[in-house]
Every structure is written in C-alpha cells, then in structure tokens.
Design a protein around this ligand. Structure first.
Ligand code: SF4
Ligand code: MG
Length: 318
C-alpha cells in the first residue's frame, strides 16, 4: 500500500462541492504473504474506508495498492473479479452480511458459482469442507438453516466460511467480533488465527480494541484521523510505544477504572477529529499533551524510524 489516499467528495444538491472526507490519507504499509497484521484505531478514523479500498470497493483518489505484483488501480472487469476471489472479507455485522432469504448452502455456493467453480458435487464438497473448517457441524444440517436460525457467533462462522471458500491469499477482517457477545469473541478470533496459520493466509485484522492485538498479529499499525501514525512489531509497540496517542491508548487499557484520575489525565481529551476538516499539521495536536507550540500545529510530522522496524510519525522522535 503506497501513499494511498481515499477521499470522498461532499456535494450538495448533487453538484455543489462543499468539501471532502479525507478518510484515508497518505497511508503506506506492506503485508507479506502469510503475515498477520493489525490496524488499530478509534471509530471514525478511516479503518473501514481503508479496508473497503483494499477490497476494491472504493476507488482510491491517490497512491496505489499492489497485490502480488499488479496494481489494484488498473483492475477492472475480469481482473478485478479475479482479485476479489483472492481476498476474503469478514465484516463487522455478520447478520447484515448474510442475505436473510438464502439458506447457508446457497450463501456459500454463490461465490463458487460467480467465480466459475463448476460441478454441483465439487461445490458441495467445498461447502462441506468450509463449514467443517469453521466448526459448523454436521454440514448437511447447518446448510439447511437460514441466518436468523443461527447465533451471532455461528453467523460470523458462516461469514468466515464464505471468506474462505475461494481459498483466498488474504483475509481482511474489519472489527470481526465487536458486535458479538463477549463470550464468543475469543473463539472467533482464535478461529481466524487458526485459518490464517493453517492455510498460510495473510490477515489484516482491523480493530478498535488494542487488548486483542498481542495474541493475534505480528505487526500492528495505529491509525489516527486517516493516517497511520505508528507501526511496529507488536511487542515493540505495546512495550515501548513511541507516539503519544499510542501511549495514551495503552494507559487507558492498563487501567480498567474509568473514574481513576491517572486514566483521566493520560487518555487523550476530546473526540477524534472530523475527517472533513482535520486539524492542520499533526492531526493529533489538539489532543496531545506533548504538543510543541509553533511546530506540531503547522507541520505534519515526517515518519521516523528510531528502532528497526518501528516507525512513528511524531516530531518528538525526529
Ligand atoms: Fe504530539 Fe507533536 Fe508528536 Fe503530534 S507531532 S503527537 S502533536 S508531539
Ligand atoms: Mg468501521
């Protein structure tokens, strides 16, 4: 992902341009095959827009995404379809992701038909295999059901089965457990980890919950107001965060009591900024306790690499 930008124009009455939402702004990172990486950020920071751009659902307005050597920007028609077969998508809301009028079998068969897997028997074999893989057994009973007959956790297993059914090289999971009951969250995260390792699939796990990162990914990226502000191996990020925002997120995590004065002091004040007119300079500066007046509010920080593999966009580290 190279200096990727996804901005959405805001138009009144369909033609009068009144601004743009800078959902993804100058984002760069790479993901190796079989690697698990996380993107962490508060809601509204552009995580889902980034995911949808990577899936080819939004057109980037700048920069580029290359997948196995070919540029996503040039894909259309058949080549875009082939790309989509290689990238599975697990959404936040499993019920919303599954058509309520189709039984599970049809839901899983559809991508196989769309992508030209011929032979009913072969398709059935693959559907059974996928259902077993995600722990929905026996397949011939599960596949007769409709989404509303399954629990939230089971629905999310179906979504994962659908993401797997075309044997993708990468899975993008956007907040896959945030709408599920707390009791099944760990199971679903474990399942994603299992399929990632078992098939050597690259995984981009997107979450607002920093506490789920450690056991899950090799590398984490922190997103703030449309930009990646810090990226590092997970241990390095969690043990020695370099960006004040990451530090504040971690401080909030380690103290579960919201009334605690220490937490009150260290969590960044205020709300994440609007992406329509984000702050000039460092986008975090209105909330930063270490802001350098005269610098941070005018100049966007460059990315520095104070430790190998640990990159941070903050003037304190330059
Ligand atoms: Fe804070 Fe300045 Fe660093 Fe931004 S660049 S995080 S405002 S110190
Ligand atoms: Mg989202």
């Amino acid at each position: 992902v190279d200096r990727l930008q996804t901005h959405f124009e805001l138009r009144q009455w369909g033609f009068l341009r009144i601004g743009s939402v800078q959902a993804v702004d100058n984002v760069s990172f790479s993901l190796d095959s079989g690697e698990a990486a996380t993107i962490v950020g508060e809601s509204g920071c552009g995580k889902s827009s980034l995911a949808r751009t990577l899936l080819g659902l939004h057109r980037p307005t700048g920069g580029d995404v290359r997948f196995a050597g070919s540029s996503l920007t040039n894909l259309q028609g058949k080549t875009l379809k082939a790309y989509r077969a290689k990238v599975g998508y697990v959404q936040q809301d499993p019920y919303g992701a599954l058509p309520p009028y189709m039984d599970i079998r049809r839901i899983l068969e559809e991508p196989l038909i769309i992508h030209g897997i011929s032979g009913k028997e072969e398709r059935q074999r693959r559907i059974k295999e996928a259902l077993k893989e995600v722990g929905l057994e026996p397949p011939h009973e599960v596949w007769r059901k409709f989404p509303h007959q399954l629990s939230g956790g089971q629905q999310q297993r179906v979504v994962i089965a659908r993401a797997l059914i075309l044997r993708p090289q990468m899975i993008i999971a956007d907040e896959p457990v945030s709408m599920l009951d707390a009791s099944v969250r760990v199971e679903i995260l474990e399942l994603l980890r299992h399929v990632q390792l078992a098939h050597g699939i690259a995984l981009l796990y997107i979450t607002h919950d920093l506490s789920t990162v450690r056991h899950y990914a090799h590398r984490a990226m922190v997103m703030y107001a449309g930009r990646i502000i810090e990226q590092a191996p997970v241990d390095s990020l969690l043990e020695r965060p370099l960006h004040p925002y990451t530090g504040a997120l971690l401080a909030a995590l380690s103290d579960p009591d919201p009334a605690n004065a220490r937490r009150q002091r260290r969590v960044p004040k205020g709300e994440p900024p609007s992406l329509v007119s984000p702050p000039e300079g460092c986008r975090f500066h209105p909330r930063c306790s270490q802001v350098m007046i005269g610098r941070c509010e005018y100049f966007a920080p460059k990315e520095f690499q104070p430790r190998i593999g640990h990159r941070v966009a903050c003037w304190l580290r330059g």
